[in-house]
Write a protein that binds this ligand. Structure first.
Ligand code: HEC
Length: 234
């Protein structure tokens, strides 16, 4: 082999090494973690087992218990195009909302030309129906004059209700947090496993002791001879 052949072989080998190095480095750079869930998510399709979007929403009291009236004042800015919430405030496109929490539905003292949809509801505004009303006025009272899409976030609804509650001569105490855990499915699972776990804790020490005593014997001097005896018999 002459020198040139060696040189060429050297270059080929060198190029191979460089190519390998580049492959490794770019492989690291562009390495993708395997996604936990395979496949493409389809928008609008609810994943089973995750509580399923809107269905997972907690009752009003859950959010109201920790509602923040000050945050609600910010949310109320979405309402001020049509409403004020001031004592003796004027009706606009919507009625003045002073003292609305706990009062009659469509019964503002200053009067207002309600839609038959809302006027025919009857009853008083409470946490739950306000929560439903502000989620979707149209669903709560089909045909309502309140042409407002609604507040999709339960926290926003709770906060604005807490704010409205303060715009009153007699604010009501906010409801206490319900006992339910944040995730109903999880709560159910915990409720199931908790008594079992408690029972285990009660019975386990007794079992352990009972097991430990013969266990010592088995692992102690008697065990090998027993085994040997067993083996010898066979
Ligand atoms: C586009 C105007 C508009 C907006 C925005 C609007 N409302 Fe209304 N609201 C109305 C009208 C109109 C009514 C009366 C509905 C009817 O008669 O059907 C009403 C009624 C109400 C009532 C019932 C009052 C009663 O006397 O029973 C409440 C409570 C209320 N609105 C709260 C809100 C809150 C809170 C917001 C903001 C998150 C909001 N509204 C946004 C127009 C509006």
């Amino acid at each position: 082999m002459d020198h040139r052949a060696n040189t060429i072989a050297g270059w080929v080998l060198g190029a191979g090494i460089v190519a390998l190095g580049v492959t490794i480095v770019t492989g690291e750079m562009f390495r993708q973690e395997r996604p936990e869930k395979m496949g493409y998510p389809i928008a609008g399709v609810e994943e089973p087992g995750e509580g399923g979007g809107a269905a997972a929403e907690q009752p009003a009291a859950f959010y109201l218990a920790s509602a923040d009236p000050q945050a609600g004042e910010q949310v109320f800015k979405k309402c001020t195009a049509c409403h004020v919430a001031a004592k003796g405030g004027a009706n606009g496109t919507g009625p003045d909302l002073w003292g609305v929490v706990g009062s009659g539905i469509a019964k503002r003292p200053d009067g207002f030309a309600y839609s038959p949809a809302l006027a025919g509801k009857g009853g008083n505004w409470d946490w739950n129906n306000l929560f439903a009303w502000l989620k979707s006025p149209r669903d709560f009272a089909p045909g309502t004059k309140m042409t407002f899409a609604g507040l999709s976030k339960p926290e926003d609804r709770a906060n604005v209700i807490a704010y409205l509650n303060k715009q009153s001569d007699a604010p009501l105490p906010l409801p206490a947090k319900p006992a339910a855990a944040p995730n109903p499915a999880q709560a159910a699972a915990e409720a199931k496993s908790a008594p079992a776990g408690a029972e285990q804790a009660k019975t386990q020490p007794v079992l352990n002791e009972a097991q430990a005593t013969p266990g010592k014997n088995v692992k102690g001097e008697a065990a090998p001879s027993d085994q040997q005896a067993g083996r010898a018999k066979k």
